[in-house]
Design a protein around this ligand. Sequence first.
Ligand code: NDP
Ligand code: MG
Length: 385
Amino acid sequence: MKYISILGSTGSIGTQTLDVVRGHSDKIKVSAITGNNNIELLRDQILEFHPELCCVMNKENASLLKEMLPPHIKTEIMAGMEGLVEAAEFDKSEIIVTAVSGMIGLKPTLAAIKKGKTIALANKETLVTGGSYIIDMAKKHNADIIPVDSEHSAIFQCLMANHKKSVNKIVLTASGGPFRGKNTEFLKNVTVEDALKHPNWSMGRKITVDSATLMNKGLEVIEAKFLFDVEPEQIEVVVHPQSIIHSGIEFCDHSTLAQLGLPDMRVPIQFALFYPDRVPNSYKSLSLFEIGNLTFEKPDMEVFKCLYLAFDSLKVGGTMPAVLNASNEVCVNLFLNKKISFLEIGNLNEKVMQLHIPKKIDCLETILEAEEFAVKTIKSILKYN
Ligand code: NDP
Ligand code: MG
């Protein structure tokens, strides 16, 4: 039996992870789950999966959840970052699925790495902010990182024959999001509702907006650089609207391997949970006859400047990707709350990067300071507290 912790069990990746567990309950058991606001769902998950620990980030919600549970339930309820770290370090858990959204995921993921856990990594912000520091810590503590993000899972699978040294380039595919092919004039007036209409994937709100700005692809470029130890110039972003080819590798002999599948996150989640084994499931089979055409386009990095900024932050290095990520997180929140326009997300990210003097990352505090810089800088630019 494999025991797992799911950080962010109430989210899109979290609930799909539980669906994978449902299909393999004879092989996987959930020992710890965490959430923030959705305590009704946490209650249902406790009643169905009987984890030993449940952490609710929001302390008031933690108290409410305790009151909502019937007396026979033995699950321990914890609150705050302390609880999130406890779930990440949970003794019994062999695999930690990091499915919280945003930079809040960094601390617990690092805690799990230090305990030598296997990380099923969905939270891309961890590698974007921590970069090679996280990779070095994982090596030091013998913690395997298995990517859950569909593109990185694809690349990881293409590299399973261990030809890492022979990689020419990574072909990172992108759906293009809801505004593919649109120009800046069009984007001036798009609304939150427009941005939340992703053509292929159903995901959390933050990542859905990031898919519309192409920041999500930018974050994935940064994640890929650190995960697969390649130079930014070796990463080619290809817009592929059908989201069937999840990404690929061109090797030095000009042979290209790619991984294909229907857009269903349960597939890479299951792969990460069972790696290196493959196990059957009841999901839909890919029919290329039904799909018909696979098409490819160049991304427009002038209109979608967040993707350009991501490449740029990698070239600068150090804390710059962390600053871009934190700035973007604040901007997406402001956009979702209708305080700034869609195009301001990229413009503000660019301004914050211009004002940042990057530092080398040698500890967690350096990353947290860089994130704080971004948050404070946006506040001072927009003049709010
Ligand atoms: P969701 O917004 O759907 O879920 C986020 C989860 O994190 C929820 O469980 C939420 O709890 C919890 N959470 C939110 N804020 C906090 C906080 N401040 N402290 C503690 N927990 C918090 O996100 P997704 O599942 O879409 O994405 C999760 C991560 O996976 C992201 O980093 C994303 O980039 C990555 N990812 C997602 C993919 C997808 O298909 N969705 C694909 C590839 C990567 P609650 O709901 O209870 O408030
Ligand atoms: Mg992805």
